[in-house]
Design a protein around this ligand. Structure first.
Ligand code: 3H9
Length: 706
């Protein structure tokens, strides 16, 4: 290797008349400035050097190219810009072939589209996922893809951001062929030599005829615009994508590119891009809990689930879906039959929707066994209890686990708020005890709080992270406290919502404001969905220990006393006529709210939607700061990811802590201090928030410290 090749992430080597250009920029061959320079230089060389007959672009390692370097967004642009690099490739006077393996995503696929011929090998993942980052393909993708595969297919690809395989790419015309050997370099070289032998001309995508049927193209664009306007719920980039594809139809290629560039820069500047890119990195960063770096996970090949209720069954399904055998324990045959029925119900629903065959269900259920004896889980690698939320009941289960489970088995509790240190202290092997807090429905919800008690060993924590990956969950490390990260913060902002309701905002206005902020549901809709009785039971349990001086809003209790538990009883905060899943406002609830205001001596006042959001978010952010301050969450980004994956927080805002940074922490603190004038007991600024504001710092500054 000479000095020049050692320095650059793009290596160009002449092999038998073919300039093989290899992008080698781990981990994903992102198109950082050095790669862009290297690619341009390689094409210059190909044009200048008469011994080069053709160019082959390949990626080293596991991918072709993972896209533009996302870390460069928002920083000073460094030339050459990627669109110019793509134009340079396309302008090359000698045939350029891209041979794709692994990911060819975003700018990676745009490089391939700028090449003259393309092949992909089995296992390749092609796509234009920029929309998931609040962007649009900004290096010619919105102009070249429609010319190559037509407006409808291009819009589908770009608006969905989905990844497609080699065969689908071939069928769409995105690549010319699927490589025969599966080795991109070998298949690529063979393809280049075939093209040279056939004297295949340079074939530029800018000249492709995919938009030739102008009427069909226009119809596809209009249909996409209509659908996108309905579906994109306040997202900025999807409609810009439609505009860019329209430019491909209506403008000459170079003008279309310029238009795409303008739209791309608008997206880059949008706060949504910042929120979505934050989410992208945060969801990768949460995986790097300290224990995952220092300890080796234990092997998990079998799972025991104690309890066949909604939660236990959901956990069992999650494990079965990951291909693991599951043994369910229940206290008697009838309960076990119910547990099995809960599991089967999930699969039966999939069969009804045509997503599963009865044979596939039978194969999955073959991995399910049930027993009323704990001895049946003596062999499992992890036992997860999901029984009634009561410390003594849980301790009794753990005594059994301690008795039967093999040495080295991980003993997990799915408690939502109980003291896991106390559970661990009740067994002879506290180092094996951990919290795995699933969210309902456990087979679908992505969040898994990994709750780390004081005495647990590091390899058990690492095992929990590894297990989460097997289950395709997003694990967030949390410390032990009442409610851990998510439910602890939730309790506080729900209380803020209750206060606003009693002070004059209707539950329907609060829900609407929260939905307009971007949550799929407002807090009162969520209560109706989950069942008002659950919170009611918790409130009754905690009544004895509640601070008598703290404000307590009784409206929800009044509804529960009437048996209005939400959807399952046909009414809660909303009315659900004939089992409907979406409710309508209930005048009787409004009357109850009114009566409660009077009883509490509150003179109701008007709230603007903006004020509702300011209070709702300030409560969330302040408790999020407390959770970080106390070390319950490792970093602000862990709070963000918990809320993105467990609580429906709008992804384009990045999570509550990222949102706080975007609003400005000084402003959030000023709000809290203003609200504290009315209720200083509830609105107590978090010491962390105060400290950050005093130092002029933000939550982001803490994200890489841990
Ligand atoms: C774009 O291309 C815009 C253009 O249209 C226009 C430009 C003008 N940049 O996911 P992994 C890091 S927008 C920088 O765990 P996997 C990632 O953070 C881009 N870094 O691996 C992680 O770092 P760390 C469109 C990136 O094997 C490491 O690589 N492209 C990038 O499970 C490993 O990542 C996309 O949206 C990047 N582009 O999956 C594709 N990508 O180790 C985004 C990854 O420090 N990327 N990193 O935590 C992916 O979807 C997956 O990473 C990929 C590999 C499928 C490629």
């Amino acid at each position: 290797m000479n000095a020049q090749t050692a320095d650059t992430p793009v290596k160009a080597e002449l092999r038998d008349g073919v300039l093989v250009v290899t992008i080698d920029n781990p981990p994903v061959n992102a198109l950082g400035v050095d790669v862009r320079r290297g690619l341009s230089a390689a094409i210059e060389r190909a044009d200048d050097d008469s011994s080069v007959q053709a160019v082959l672009i390949v990626g080293a390692g596991r991918n072709f190219i993972g896209g533009a370097d996302i870390r460069e967004f928002g920083k000073l642009p460094m030339p050459p810009a990627l669109p110019d690099v793509c134009n340079r490739i396309e302008a090359c006077a000698k045939p350029v072939v891209a041979a794709i393996h692994g990911a060819a995503l975003g700018g990676g696929l745009e490089v391939a589209l700028a090449a003259h011929y393309r092949l992909a090998v089995a296992g390749a993942k092609l796509g234009l996922p920029e929309v998931t980052l609040g962007l649009l393909p900004g290096a010619g993708g919105t102009q070249r893809a429609p010319r190559l595969i037509g407006a409808a297919a291009a819009l589908d690809l770009i608006l969905s951001g989905r990844h497609i395989g080699a065969e689908e790419a071939r069928q769409l015309g995105l690549v010319d062929r699927v490589g025969a050997s599966g080795d991109a370099l070998a298949d690529g070289i063979a393809h280049v030599h075939e093209l040279l032998a056939a004297r295949a001309p340079v074939r530029r995508t800018r000249d492709a005829a995919g938009l030739a049927d102008r009427r069909a193209s226009r119809a596809a664009i209009e249909a996409a615009r209509e659908q996108t306007a309905k579906k994109s719920r306040g997202l900025f980039s999807p409609l810009k994508i439609v505009d860019a594809v329209q430019a491909a139809l209506e403008l000459p290629f170079d003008d279309g590119l310029r238009h795409e560039r303008q739209l791309f820069l608008q997206c880059i500047d949008s706060p949504q891009r910042a929120g979505l890119v934050h989410a992208f990195f945060a969801e990768r960063e949460v995986l790097k809990a300290p224990e995952t770096r220092t300890a080796k996970p234990r092997a998990i090949a079998s799972v025991g689930v104690i309890g066949g209720g909604t939660m236990g069954a959901g956990i069992a399904v999650a494990a079965l879906d990951a291909g693991l055998p599951v043994t369910m324990i229940e206290r008697d045959d009838a309960s076990l039959a119910r547990g099995r029925a809960h599991v089967e119900k999930v699969y039966d629903a999939q069969i009804v929707k045509g997503r599963m065959t009865p044979e596939a269900k039978a194969a999955v259920m073959n991995r399910w066994t049930g027993s009323t004896s704990y001895d049946a889980i003596a062999h499992v690698d992890v036992a997860i209890e999901a029984v009634f939320e009561d410390l003594d009941v849980k301790k009794a289960v753990f005594a059994e686990l301690d008795r039967v489970c093999k040495p080295g088995a991980v003993l997990a509790t799915n408690t939502s708020y109980l003291d896991i240190d106390a559970i661990a202290a009740s067994v002879a092997r506290p180092a094996d005890v951990i919290g795995l807090h699933f969210f309902s429905p456990a087979n679908l919800m992505k969040l898994l709080e990994v709750v780390v008690p004081a005495k647990v060993s590091a390899d058990v924590v690492a095992t929990a992270f590894d297990f989460a990956k097997k289950l395709r969950k997003v694990p967030v490390r949390a410390g032990v406290c009442d409610g851990f990260i998510g439910n602890r913060v939730l309790a506080v902002y729900r209380t803020a919502a209750d206060h606003m309701m009693e002070d004059g905002a209707s539950p329907y206005q609060i829900d609407r404001a929260v939905r307009e902020f971007g949550f799929p549901m407002g807090p009162f809709q969520v209560i109706d969905l989950a069942g008002g009785d659950i919170g009611w039971a918790a409130r009754k349990r905690r009544a004895a220990t509640r601070d008598p001086a703290a404000r307590y809003v009784q409206i929800a209790d009044r509804l529960c006393e009437r048996g209005w538990f939400g959807q399952k009883t046909g009414r809660g905060f909303y009315l659900y006529a004939d089992g409907a899943r979406s409710g309508t406002p209930d005048p009787e609830v409004e009357a109850i709210v009114e009566a409660e205001r009077e009883r509490a001596g509150v003179a109701p006042r008007e709230f603007t939607d903006d004020e509702i959001i300011r209070r709702y978010m300030a409560a969330m952010i302040n408790e999020g700061a407390n959770v970080v301050h106390e070390g319950i969450a490792l970093r602000p980004l862990d709070v963000d990811v918990a809320f993105l994956y467990g609580y429906g927080f709008p992804r384009h805002r990045g999570g509550p802590m990222k949102y706080a940074d975007s609003v400005g922490l000084a402003k959030v603190l000023a709000d809290i201090r203003e609200f504290a004038k009315e209720d200083p007991r509830f609105w107590r600024p978090s010491p962390l928030l105060v400290d950050l504001v005093e130092r002029g710092a933000d939550f982001a500054s803490l994200n890489h410290a841990a």
